[in-house]
Write a new protein. Structure first.
Length: 664
């Protein structure tokens, strides 16, 4: 995975590309260095190289370079993937369009569901049929040859092959793939029996289609990134997966759909690591960046995971961190709808032109403009090395936006924050109370460039009494990349009721998956799990499967925790088995600060509790701590982030260098 085998003293770098800024974290023993530069949306690899250059980091200094990218996510959001065809069983052309007949808004009958990634004219069928017991209709070779010619004429870049019951018997899919590759060697072919060999044709088809759709885009980007890094003497990158572990370039290009939440997953890993260093194991993570806010739940130091997620209207069923994302970030546009209601997002100013206060051509008001106007950010502050904040531009943008509904700049700014924070609080409830967890038992870890500015209000809304702001809050996703373990996730269908479970057959299936994992990673840590459900349920829960005899108890406990009840006496069945293989990497100890900052460096007028107030401003550089405890209102400037301590809160640094805010 690295030129040096990543020994304990290795230098590990993590680069996270966000919608507005690209962050870099460098871990060398106990030392952590950070850098931030504007993102380059047209070619993210340029931003990666700019971050390495800003840190004055030479290629031969780095042993491992981990990367989190939004290329796959953006391709789904913007529908900019490869021109893709779907090849499926005759009669099942419209599975990806029919879906589960779930409406995006339950009571809005006029709102159409998101369209599938491929239109009907891009979906092809062939005569063949496999059932639960094996082949029913042989693959019609003559028909397949005619379909291949149609695909050739369509000038497709990729094709997803999804046949019925291929998760039990992949013979027909592999024969079709061989014929496609022979006739069209330049075509990328994704097989559902490789991508997601599990039950449920719609989710299997959709995930495989996403894999084919994203493959050429992600492969092209990573190839260019690898070329640029190689030219600079850097190692080839490992890439963050949605599951919260990194993997090789080869593995990512083989399974691009596993990286659709690459960047957000890194943030949760970084937050979990930082929280553990401060002694917190039960936390809500709150990552507010430039274009979006991502929230997640961590219980007992374990990141909560899911295997069922919908990204930009596309079901992608791979193991991934259970993240809830909303389009409310620092760069989200503030606007009034036709009814005069104040709105935030989903459109964003992005990195270019950016918020109005950046002075890069943007004129629309954003959350960052509101924060600057209210005094939480400093007029003239420099972000990412080249962006200088201009309060006069922010005020002008807020005045223009507010004038459409009769609001002053102050009312527009306060209204924008109230709307955004209401959306963020709702998102935090989705991953806490919505998952059966009481948020009052958790600490809130606030990070990203804007997270610490809004954390106190959110904590008050949720009844959370402690907010943790890590020293690396402004680049915590990059730090998460630098400390992420290497990981592989493998799964296969395994259908059996618990009363009829053949423990030996299950053990053999687990061993086959573990053998594949060890062939790729050497001697990883292995963890077994299984997907279970009550007979007749249309959803499953993933539970530990180290002891097959406890599967029923594990499932009942998980069902009670998630849904508040279980059904004693009902038959439970196994649907799939999973193996997670992990290779641990050395983690730095979060050393406490060496210097204390007891006095504010300046004072600034900011808006708190209904009036403009002159408040102390502490500016902490790397290695500095805040002490003794200060009572809000206070502003604390960190490298890459600003912490707003509201009235009724107190703040101090802990032994790991993080800011800990508590209700006073």
């Amino acid at each position: 995975m690295s030129r040096s085998g990543a020994p304990p003293g290795a230098v590990r770098a993590g680069v996270d590309v966000g919608g507005t800024f690209t962050d870099l974290a460098i871990v060398a023993g106990p030392t952590i260095r950070l850098a931030k530069v504007p993102s380059t949306p047209q070619d993210q690899s340029r931003g990666v190289m700019a971050a390495l250059s800003a840190a004055r980091l030479a290629g031969d200094e780095v042993d491992v370079l981990s990367h989190g990218t939004t290329v796959a996510t953006n391709a789904l959001l913007e529908r900019r993937g490869a021109r893709t065809a779907l090849l499926t069983t005759e009669g099942f052309r419209d599975v990806v369009e029919i879906g589960r007949q779930a409406r995006p808004a339950l009571y809005d009958l006029t709102r159409p569901p998101p369209p599938p990634l491929v239109g009907r004219e891009q979906r092809f069928t062939v005569r063949e049929r496999t059932g639960p017991e094996g082949e029913l209709v042989p693959l019609d070779q003559a028909h397949l040859e005619r379909v291949i010619e149609d695909i050739r004429a369509g000038e497709f870049e990729a094709v997803a092959v999804c046949f019925l019951f291929s998760f039990l018997d992949s013979g027909h899919e592999r024969a079709a793939a061989a014929a496609l590759s022979c006739a069209l060697p330049q075509l990328r072919v994704a097989l559902s029996s490789d991508v997601l060999p599990l039950v449920r044709e719609y989710e299997r088809f959709s995930t495989t289609l996403a894999d084919a759709y994203l493959g050429p885009v992600l492969e092209g980007y990573l190839s260019e990134l690898g070329r640029r890094l190689g030219a600079g003497g850097f190692p080839q990158p490992v890439v963050m997966q949605s599951s919260g572990g990194v993997t090789s370039l080869e593995a990512v290009t083989r399974r691009p759909s596993s990286c659709v939440l690459s960047g957000p997953a890194a943030g949760v890993v970084g937050a979990t690591f930082a929280a553990a260093g401060s002694g917190f194991e039960d936390v809500l993570t709150f990552d507010m960046g430039g274009t979006s806010t991502d929230v997640a739940l961590v219980v007992g130091g374990e990141v909560q995971a899911t295997t069922t997620a919908v990204i930009a209207g596309v079901p992608v069923h791979h193991p991934m961190v259970d993240i809830h994302t909303i389009s409310a970030g620092g760069g989200s546009l503030v606007w009034a709808d036709g009814g005069g209601a104040w709105r935030v997002g989903p459109r964003s100013a992005g990195a270019r032109p950016g918020p109005a206060c950046y002075g890069l051509g943007g004129t629309a008001a954003t959350i960052t403009d509101a924060d600057l106007y209210l005094g939480y950010l400093a007029d003239g502050a420099r972000l990412g090395g080249s962006v200088v904040l201009d309060r006069a531009r922010a005020e002008g943008a807020l005045q223009s936006a507010g004038a459409t509904v009769g609001l002053s700049p102050l009312e527009a700014a306060l209204g924008a924050l109230r709307v955004a924070e209401a959306e963020m609080a709702r998102a935090l409830r989705v991953v806490s109370t919505g998952r059966g967890a009481d948020p009052r038992r958790f600490a809130l870890v606030a990070f990203g460039g804007a997270g610490a500015m809004h954390a106190c209000h959110l904590a008050e809304e949720l009844g959370v009494g402690t907010v943790l702001v890590p020293a690396a809050a402004g680049a915590l996703s990059a730090l998460g990349l630098a400390v992420s373990d290497v990981r592989r996730d493998l799964a296969v269908a395994f259908l059996s009721s618990l009363p009829e479970l053949d423990v030996g057959a299950m053990g053999a299936a687990f061993e086959a998956l573990e053998h594949r994992a060890c062939a790729e990673l050497g001697r990883p840590e292995l963890r077994r799990a299984a997907d279970l459900r009550y007979t007749g349920q249309s959803f499953e829960l993933t539970v530990p499967a180290g002891d097959p005899g406890r599967l029923g108890d594990n499932f009942a406990a998980a069902h009670r925790r998630r849904y508040g009840f279980d059904l004693p006496g009902e038959v439970v069945e196994v649907v799939a088995i999973r193996v997670t293989a992990t290779v641990r990497v050395p983690k730095p100890a979060l050393a406490g600060p060496r210097r204390m900052r007891a006095e504010p460096v300046t004072r600034r007028t900011a808006f708190f509790d209904g009036s403009w107030t002159e408040v102390p401003v502490f500016s902490l550089e790397a290695g500095q701590a805040l002490g003794p405890a200060s009572r809000g209102p206070v502003l604390v400037e960190l490298p890459g982030a600003t912490c707003v301590v509201q009235p009724g809160w107190r703040v101090a640094s802990d032994e790991a260098g993080a800011l800990v805010m508590e209700m006073s």
